[in-house]
Design a protein around this ligand. Structure first.
Ligand code: ADP
Ligand code: TYD
Length: 204
């Protein structure tokens, strides 16, 4: 396969970070391409600031700052890595804004307006039973502002809206929903690798 740009999305606590790590490790070296694991907010000074200031930045201002971090991520990390022949796996991407900034009061069209310049990715939406996700969040020491403002069911519903938005003919993103219920992270990563291989065979 050619160098892939893969995004792992889904509600807080569904297993994105765990699965993104495994997918990046399993993609490393496939068809001669090393892999890069990355995340949003990014690990840049702006991304770190966004993590710290989540309690003081709200709504439109937070959405714009996240979009700036994402634009920088695309231009300075993702595109250069793909151009250098690397597979790129991102833990969160534009869909996180289409869900979380919506919970923070913005509508989908406004959020998309700030993010319309993003590079298209192959996207995997992790889904699980809301009560399973809620149980995992209950075990976390400190919840973020948006974890407290939303809940797993709202996030699942808004992710489905984001997926439908990006499936429209103007966008036509390649997107898959992955049912994670009662499955190990390894098993979920295997399904993602299989879907990627099948998709690149279809394209090729
Ligand atoms: N498929 C799974 N089955 C059981 N536990 C999981 C699974 N995936 C992740 N976890 C656990 O759930 C918690 C949240 O996972 P994490 O990857 O941090 O989620 P997210 O990045 O979506 O918030 C972690 O403790 C992780 O070990
Ligand atoms: C990428 C992204 C993150 N966020 C929020 C979600 C979290 O509350 C916070 C940090 O994201 P999170 O995934 O929890 O990152 P980490 O585990 O590295 O701290 O940023 C948005 O509101 N919109 C976005 O588009």
């Amino acid at each position: 396969m050619t160098a892939q740009f893969v995004v792992v999305e889904g509600p807080n606590g569904v297993g994105k970070t765990t699965v993104a790590r495994l997918v990046a490790a399993r993609l490393d070296g496939v068809d001669g391409h090393p892999s890069l694991l990355t995340t949003e907010p990014t690990r840049s000074p702006l991304g770190d600031l966004l993590r710290q200031e989540e309690w003081s930045l709200h709504g439109r201002a937070f959405a714009l700052a996240l979009a700036a971090d994402r634009a920088d991520h695309v231009e300075t990390v993702i595109i250069p890595a793909l151009d250098a022949g690397m597979h790129v796996v991102s833990d969160r991407y534009v869909q996180s804004s289409m869900v979380l900034q919506r919970i923070d009061g913005l509508d989908l069209e406004e959020i998309w307006g700030y993010n319309q310049y993003v590079l298209q990715a192959t996207c995997f939406y992790l889904e699980d039973r809301p009560e399973v996700i809620a149980g995992r969040l209950a075990g976390r020491r400190a919840l973020t502002r948006l974890e407290l403002a939303g809940n797993p069911q709202i996030e699942l519903d808004y992710y489905r809206d984001a997926r439908a938005f990006l499936a429209q003919p103007d966008h036509s993103w390649v997107q898959y929903s992955i049912d994670c219920s009662d499955r190990t992270p390894d098993d979920i990563a295997s399904e993602i690798l299989s879907l990627l291989a099948a998709n690149t065979r279809m394209e090729g």
